[in-house]
Design a protein around this ligand. Structure first.
Ligand code: NAP
Length: 259
């Protein structure tokens, strides 16, 4: 017997699914320290479940229109129940992006992102030096920057006209949020896709207040000094029975009404 819990989006359809599966799961409910977590809802629900229980094996059931991460749906609930009860599921390891936020007093926050890390300073202009593997790359001026994983490439990054990345490519993507470009200021302007092995360091030119997001979590940092982003071999364990092809997933999520 294993310890499990259900994280459910607050809507009728998701609650109905959760109520349908719960009586059929043979394991023991434990909301404090579960080994298995069933997230019922959308991608947002899965992300929140991951941040609440980062060490658990995650089972995603999509109950809404989207569902980029979820490997189960309302039509294969019996398969999910069987997988959980008998352990007949497989596990995909999803690479996380680690970030270290440092302020002028050298106070540090370390966090892992499944989708992305963003840094912004609305309504002021953010000014940052972008260093890649300890080499100066550019001085950025604008609203902010988004640094995403391949899985997060279809989330905020996509709204910023970043590339959609096949998750079998192990990389990091840097996308600008309203970069200023003129004769005085120059940045790359296009999304930059780098090897996952690269270390990115965003350094303040002078101390300023910034907002940093790590998926749905946000941090206000007064006297921001630097944001370091790197791969620290951290992974999320996502359960599946049979995996949907990446292009089918993209079509289902973004193009299906076009036929
Ligand atoms: P949320 O409501 O949980 O998510 C916002 C939307 O992003 C939802 O429609 C969600 O899908 C979708 N989404 C999340 N991850 C995705 C992925 N990997 N691929 C495709 N769609 C994805 O919002 P939140 O709690 O504020 O923040 C969570 C995420 O929202 C962030 O990680 C960020 O990526 C995204 N976000 C997007 C924008 C933007 O596009 N302008 C702005 C801020 C934040 P479901 O409906 O299935 O949950």
């Amino acid at each position: 017997m294993m310890r499990y819990c259900i994280v459910c989006r607050n809507d009728e359809e998701s609650k109905k699914i959760a109520n349908r599966i719960q009586p059929k799961i043979k394991h023991q409910i434990d909301e404090d320290n579960p080994e298995l977590v069933i997230a019922v809802g959308g991608d947002g629900t899965i992300i929140k479940a991951f941040h609440t229980y980062p060490n658990a094996v995650l089972f995603g059931i999509h109950s809404g229109h989207l569902g980029f991460y979820a490997n189960y749906n309302v039509d294969n609930l019996e398969c999910l129940i069987e997988d959980i009860n008998t352990g007949s599921y497989q596990i995909e390891f999803l690479d996380l992006l680690t970030c270290k936020i440092t302020d002028e007093e050298n106070k540090e926050i370390v966090a892992n992102a499944l989708n992305e890390i963003t840094i912004v300073t609305p309504p002021r202009t953010l000014i940052l030096d972008v260093n890649i593997d300890q080499q100066f790359f550019e001085r950025f001026r604008g609203t902010g920057m988004c640094i995403s994983t391949p899985y997060g490439s279809t989330a905020y990054n996509k709204s910023l006209h970043g590339c959609v990345i096949d998750p079998t490519l192990r990389c990091i993507q840097l996308t600008e949020i309203a970069g200023i470009n003129s004769n005085a200021y120059r940045t790359l302007s296009s999304p930059l896709v780098l090897s996952q092995k690269k270390n990115i360091l965003l350094k303040a030119i002078s101390p300023q207040e910034v907002f940093i997001t790590v998926d749905h979590l946000s941090y206000t940092v007064e006297n921001f000094k630097s944001l370091s982003i790197y791969n620290d071999n951290q992974t999320l364990r996502m359960a599946y029975h049979s995996q949907e092809n990446f292009l089918d997933r993209i079509r289902r999520t973004f193009l299906i009404s076009q036929k």
